[in-house]
Design a binder for this molecule. Structure first.
Ligand SMILES: Nc1ncnc2c1ncn2[C@@H]1O[C@H](COP(=O)(O)OP(=O)(O)OP(=O)(O)O)[C@@H](O)[C@H]1O
Ligand SMILES: [Mg+2]
Length: 231
């Protein structure tokens, strides 16, 4: 579903990503790991178009993507759950969800029941302001908002960061549910090792803006992987 070749990215004059190549298949969770500041968020920003890449090729579902703006990529099927959630604090839960409609034809402007079955708290809090939700509730809202855009590729940036264990478990179940539907590729950036290890089909380990190790779960020993992501 996603194929990246030799992707580079700069902020002004400083180069952050130095030729990243990776793939993510539909029906799989591809987990991007690495310590703070290695460039995980920058990689997702480049894929989602919220910061332009400098070079390299990105292919989505067989289509070569130019350096397109984020709203166009969202319409093409890139769903993005950013680090820190980026909920609109003054909009209600309902209104936050409706921002996803910008990616959909008018006939599809509705929130399917599936969303509330996965995240019952959102139905309860539809009229509440996004900024008044807890961190875990905001994370659920951010995932729901991305799901509403009907993505082919779902990018999740550290969804467990600062979240209590029962909500982490719930988020894990939602990721499994989406993976098992089989038509969506999921790229999960995660530093919580056991959570990532429990979900991932493939791993991409980053170090200083490069891929230091990659492979399928069955090809990598857990201890080797753990070692690689902690340095
Ligand atoms: N807007 C920006 N302008 C300049 N430098 C930036 C910008 N955003 C990130 N950086 C730098 O790019 C590098 C990679 O940052 P990035 O946020 O991609 O890392 P990360 O792996 O997601 O880290 P974390 O695990 O802490 O979220 C860091 O050195 C960071 O300081
Ligand atoms: Mg980050």
């Amino acid at each position: 579903m996603l194929k990246i070749e030799d992707l580079t990215l700069h902020y002004g004059g400083s180069q952050i990503l130095h030729g990243i190549s990776m793939e993510a298949a539909a029906g799989e969770v591809t987990c991007v790991m690495g310590t703070n500041g290695v460039g995980k968020t920058s990689l997702l920003k480049a894929i989602a178009g919220s910061h332009p890449r400098t070079g390299g090729a990105v292919e989505l579902d067989g289509e070569a993507l130019g350096r397109l703006p984020a709203h166009v990529l969202a319409q093409k099927g890139v769903g993005y759950v950013p680090q820190g959630r980026m909920i609109f604090p003054l909009l209600t839960v309902q209104e936050n969800l409706e921002t996803a409609y910008a990616c959909l034809p008018a006939a599809e402007h509705m929130v399917p029941d599936e969303i509330f079955e996965l995240f019952p708290i959102l139905r309860e809090f539809l009229g509440r302001r996004g900024g008044d939700l807890s961190g875990g509730q905001q994370q659920q809202l951010a995932i729901a908002r991305a799901m509403l855009t009907k993505p082919k590729l779902l990018l999740l940036d550290e969804p467990t960061e600062g979240i209590q264990p029962n909500i982490i478990q719930q988020i894990g179940r939602v990721i499994e549910y989406l993976r098992d539907q089989g038509n969506m590729a999921i790229v999960l950036v995660e530093q919580y090792f056991e959570f990532a290890y429990g979900l991932a089909d493939r791993f991409v380990v980053m170090k200083r803006g490069e891929v230091s190790m990659a492979g399928r779960r069955s090809e990598l020993a857990k201890e080797t992987l753990k070692q690689a992501v902690s340095v």
